[in-house]
Design a protein. Structure first.
Length: 205
């Protein structure tokens, strides 16, 4: 039987860690996150794309900790705003703005705009200490609602309307959202190919 590989999720978000653990529970891996390693230098997410930021985080964690690492970067792109907030989704409206403030700012920016098209994008990067990485990405298209609705989820979920279910992401249950969301799609693609990913990791370490 092959030894379990340690895979570090480059986050301190316990919800995200639990979600990935559940998804990959049947594979010979031991999942840890940044909280398992004490003080680690801050990672500057200064990439210009989701792909770059996901790789920066995964590669940094892999090099510093000496284990394969997984990271994701995602955000909301609004067509009428030139695809903003994009990679700045988490910092839109200022570093200390709340989710509610970001949603309010977005709705304010969208006043009078007839084109409400928007999309969430997610990129997952898996890096090894020596540098190479694998990438998975997915997208979910929808529209910016006229006003917030729902109390589930986080971030821009209350203002992202998903036409096939005629609800905002914040009105969906976690199971419903995971079936259709950008991150859920990217994680399922990773899960479906994880045997190959493990083979690749073993070849690299």
């Amino acid at each position: 039987m092959q030894t379990a590989i340690i895979l570090v999720i480059a986050t301190r978000n316990q919800g995200k860690t639990a979600e990935i653990k559940e998804l990959l529970q049947n594979f010979p891996i031991k999942i840890k996150n940044m909280d398992d390693f004490g003080t680690i230098p801050h990672i500057d997410e200064d990439g210009e794309t989701f792909d770059e930021n996901a790789y920066i985080k995964a590669s940094f964690a892999a090099r510093v900790l000496g284990f394969p690492a997984l990271s994701d970067d995602s955000g909301l792109m609004v067509e009428a705003l030139g695809n903003l907030p994009g990679v700045h989704s988490a910092r839109y409206g200022g570093k200390n703005a709340t989710d509610e403030q970001r949603c309010a700012l977005l709705l304010d920016e969208m006043k009078g705009k007839r084109n409400r098209k928007a999309a969430f994008e997610c990129v997952i990067s898996i890096a090894v200490p020596r540098g190479p990485a694998l990438t998975y990405e997915a997208r979910c298209e929808g529209q910016i609602a006229e006003k917030p609705a729902g109390s589930n989820g986080f971030g821009y979920d209350p203002v992202f309307h998903y036409p096939p279910l005629n609800k905002t992401f914040a009105e969906l249950s976690r199971e419903e959202k995971n079936r259709v969301s950008h991150r859920g799609k990217a994680l399922r693609e990773l899960q479906s190919e994880f045997d190959k990913v493990l083979t690749w990791i073993r070849q690299q370490i």
